[in-house]
Design a protein around this ligand. Structure first.
Ligand SMILES: O=C(O)CCC(=O)C(=O)O
Length: 288
């Protein structure tokens, strides 16, 4: 992370095209994801694989807890947030070739229950060619400098977000695309307006969103939320520390997964007037 790149992040609320994984590492991770899809679609413990991919996958899938601890990713995140880091959430965003699935304009932090903190960042890692054609993210520069704006829930089937939430009126004329090659990363601030279009390419579009916070961030709506300390020290005041997956679908990790889901749901699904399927306590056999 050069000083210019850091300055661009602070000015715009996002930065794209940061090389963090080799193309062999990115291909290896993609292969692990596709092996899970082939062998474990039904997931475990009453949750299908899609739910683990979309919500807190680092609790039960070693590939995702390992990725959240990757030194090159943490070096970059440390330049933004400082030396003490926790991984709060890990999610995969996959769009099949030709799929209409898209992501509406939103600010991540709207439903996280953390208020408007600046002590968080999302590191989004491309595990395939995430081109403009493949539906890469686009960002509205400087939008992180304002507060959280109203969002409306659409529950649109073609929206990848948990409740299809969207900001009503966004002036897209200033928006910038953030295309990524496999192994490259973008960073975005939780208040930065961002969206992404359908995948019009002939390959899958696969990305991992790693959400980092610092020890001082609080979740006022919960006694304490869960996060995985990944670098530096945690004072243990704001977060219940979790170790990350100890093996694939380990019984103790599955039990923790359920506890976290139950404790987080009230915050993450707050205000929704329909069920937010991604946070359902049992998904096996259910359409997400
Ligand atoms: O993958 C996408 O297109 C959207 C991801 C996103 O909204 C996020 O990581 O916050």
């Amino acid at each position: 992370m050069t000083p210019d790149t850091l300055a661009a992040y602070r000015r715009d609320g996002f930065v794209a095209g940061l090389p963090v994984l080799s193309s062999a590492e990115a291909a290896g991770l993609r292969d692990q994801i596709e092996t899970l899809e082939r062998d474990h679609t039904d997931g475990a413990g009453g949750h299908d694989l899609n739910q683990f991919f979309r919500v807190n996958g680092h609790i039960v899938l070693p590939l995702l807890s390992d990725l959240a601890r990757h030194p090159a990713i943490l070096d970059t995140v440390e330049a933004v947030l400082g030396p003490n880091l926790l991984a709060w959430s890990v999610e995969l965003f996959i769009k099949e070739p030709g799929s209409p699935k898209a992501v509406s304009w939103h600010q991540d932090i709207t439903y996280w229950g953390m208020g408007e903190t600046d002590h968080e960042v999302t590191a989004w890692i491309a595990l395939s060619d995430v081109s403009v054609q493949a539906g890469c993210m686009r960002f509205l520069p400087g939008s992180h400098k304002g507060g959280i704006v109203p969002h409306a829930d659409t529950f649109d089937d073609d929206n990848l977000l948990s409740r299809g939430q969207e900001i009503a009126a966004v002036d897209e004329t200033q928006a910038r695309h953030g295309p990524l090659k496999p192994g490259e990363m973008s960073l975005h601030h939780g208040r930065c307006f961002h969206a992404s279009g359908p995948n019009m390419s002939d390959d899958r579009r696969i990305g991992a969103a790693l959400r980092y916070v610092t020890p001082e961030v609080r979740q006022p709506g919960m006694p304490r939320d869960y996060a995985m300390p990944v670098r530096g020290v945690d004072d243990g005041q704001g977060w219940i520390p979790v170790a990350g997956a100890g093996g694939l679908f380990r019984a103790a990790d599955l039990a923790l997964y359920d506890r976290i889901l139950q404790d987080q749901t009230a915050t993450l699904a707050a205000g929704a007037d329909s069920d937010v399927g991604l946070y359902a306590s049992q998904t096996t056999g259910a359409a997400l």
